[in-house]
Design a protein around this ligand. Structure first.
Ligand code: GAR
Length: 216
């Protein structure tokens, strides 16, 4: 089966992008990363992608003022030019409108640094600590118009340890993000994920590692 053509959208350093690029080097991985697009010209991940020989594009949201849809039309034009099948948001810090989300039904993924539906939005690690959470983690979900709310494809949990600050917790969660995003993209690209309303089901038996808990 032809490998699915994937674009990764970033705004920053792109460590999740790197995890996806690394996973896609495996000959049996069902997706290839053909484009990395950033809304910020200074995103560190752009140079990393270029060094990997991957095409990059910048669509600077500041050029579009308050016109979110004009920004998104420019992003969509790039995605179409590269004949993209699946879009992965990876630290892409722009809220997308229903206009572009509607063009990628069940084909746009996002990673969020919390165990959704807990801690939607920003500053998730600080909020988990302030709430006294004993477990925290990350979620890959299908993007729907409501922020951080789409059907969940994969989650990874970590414990919250005594003495954790937000940076320590973020680092523990990030390690899990780098495992679950390549896993979730594999499941989607293989066509094993069925989205039914608010839920996803996965066809076929789960391999070891597809349900993840990483202990301390
Ligand atoms: C990651 O922790 C990702 O989950 C988070 O930004 C970080 C990006 O890091 N995303 C969000 O907060 C989205 N709301 P990275 O650039 O190293 O992948």
């Amino acid at each position: 089966m032809a490998r699915k053509r994937v674009a990764i959208l970033i705004s920053g350093r792109g460590s999740n992008m790197s995890a996806l690029i690394g996973a896609a080097k495996a000959p049996d991985y069902p997706a290839e990363i053909v484009l990395v697009l950033s809304n910020r010209p200074d995103a560190g991940g752009l140079a990393v992608a270029q060094a990997e020989g991957i095409a990059t594009a910048v669509v600077d949201h500041k050029q579009f003022g308050k016109d979110r849809e004009a920004f998104e039309r420019a992003v969509q034009a790039q995605l179409e030019a590269y004949r993209i099948d699946i879009v992965c948001l990876a630290g892409f810090m722009r809220i997308l409108t229903p206009w572009i989300i509607g063009r990628w039904p069940d084909r746009m993924l996002n990673i969020h640094p919390a165990l959704l539906p807990a801690f939607k939005g920003l500053h998730t690690h600080e909020r988990a600590l302030a709430d006294g959470a004993t477990e925290h983690g990350a979620t890959v979900h299908v993007v729907v118009p409501e922020m951080d709310s789409g059907p969940i494809v994969a989650q990874g949990k970590v414990p919250v340890l005594p003495g954790d600050d937000a940076a320590a917790l973020a680092a523990r969660v990030l390690a899990v993000e780098h495992i679950i995003y390549p896993l979730a993209l594999r499941l989607i690209a293989d066509g094993r994920v069925r989205v039914a309303g608010a839920c996803c089901t996965v066809d076929g038996p789960l391999s070891p590692g597809e349900a993840i808990y990483i202990p301390a």
